[in-house]
Write a protein that binds this ligand. Structure first.
Ligand SMILES: [Zn+2]
Ligand SMILES: [Zn+2]
Length: 324
């Protein structure tokens, strides 16, 4: 009975979690970031010289009330529950990796002769966290595009035919769990390394993994990445940072744009691996997987089970072709 009550409490907590995103400074949906995104959208609107009023441009019905958008909204709440039930335990488990890393460094190299000050730790730790997250995210994202198995799950994010800030939550639970496990692992390893060079506690100098560099990215229109607002940077800057328009190109259904712009914040990984495409190289785009696959992903339940169905088919295909 007690277990049943705990699960119910967790479910309730998971359902309410998305509402707290509006006041959480580590979340893109924080009201401050939504406000700064609105200001940037106004700049794009003014530049486009359209005749429709701004509120109609911003709250375009085709964007916010599309069938695709309603699947995103369901994912927002569904994944809130997944986070509480399945991801929180991974977070707890990975914390030990940090402790182990610190112990390993101390045993191997003895106590560190370098001791960083609190301010140095705040800057170095925050910066290396952002860069390491970004690189790991890029490599994992690349793997999801290149591996036929992982692609089946990542396809759910790409099946959105209209983009709004909630589309960032449209992730198959398998992808969500794997994303979080990879990012927790990176932060645990780094925490261990920095604990070694700092005599205080890393936890006391960072608040909920929020750091100034990540906040700047969120403030600078991160919400527009999933939107119809075509915010481009000038061409040279798009070689360093991924603009919202560059992520929109990543969602294009045109095969010429497939597997491009897989970075989150920095464009340098895309440059290194030859997957960068700048806004000027892709004018008109449509979002999604293309006409032939729209029907496969047009309900929430389909998006949940189709990856498993396709993978089963794929494996059966492999076995039957090897028998021949
Ligand atoms: Zn992708
Ligand atoms: Zn996206």
């Amino acid at each position: 009975m007690e277990v049943f009550i705990t699960i119910l409490e967790d479910l309730w907590e998971g359902l309410l979690a998305p509402f707290y995103y509006f006041i959480d400074p580590s979340k893109r949906l924080n009201l401050i970031y939504l406000f700064s995104s609105t200001l940037l959208a106004y700049y794009v609107y003014k530049k486009a010289k359209t005749t429709i009023p701004f509120y109609r441009y911003l709250f375009n019905k085709k964007v916010w009330l599309s069938k695709s958008a309603f699947i995103d909204y369901k994912y927002l709440f569904f994944n809130g529950i997944i986070k509480i039930l399945l991801i929180a335990p991974i977070f707890v488990a990975w914390r030990y990796v940090g402790v182990e890393t610190n112990d390993f460094l101390e045993e191997t190299f003895n106590a560190s002769s370098v001791s960083l000050s609190k301010n140095q730790v705040i800057i170095f730790y925050s910066l290396s966290l952002v860069i390491a997250y970004d690189l790991v995210f890029y490599l994992w994202h690349l793997a999801m595009h290149k591996s036929p198995f992982l692609w089946e799950f990542h396809k759910i994010h790409h099946s959105a035919t209209s983009l709004n800030p909630i589309t960032q939550y449209r992730l198959h639970p398998v992808e969500l769990i794997a994303n979080n496990a990879a990012l927790f692992l990176v932060s645990a390893l780094l925490k261990g390394v920095f604990d070694y060079f700092y005599q205080g506690s890393i936890e006391l100098v960072t608040y909920a993994e929020v750091n100034i560099f990540a906040m700047l990215f969120l403030f600078w229109g991160a919400n527009l990445r999933h939107s119809h607002v075509k915010l481009k940077y000038f061409s040279r800057l798009e070689k360093i940072f991924i603009s919202p328009r560059q992520h929109q190109i990543h969602h294009s259904d045109n095969p010429l744009h497939f597997n491009k712009n897989m970075g989150a914040k920095l464009a340098v990984w895309d440059r290194i691996f030859g997957t960068l495409l700048r806004s000027k190289d892709a004018e008109k785009i449509k979002f999604g997987l293309g006409k032939s696959e729209v029907k496969d992903y047009n309900t929430f339940f389909k998006t949940l089970y189709i990856p498993f169905k396709n993978i089963t088919k794929y494996i059966i295909g492999l076995f039957s072709s090897s028998k021949r």
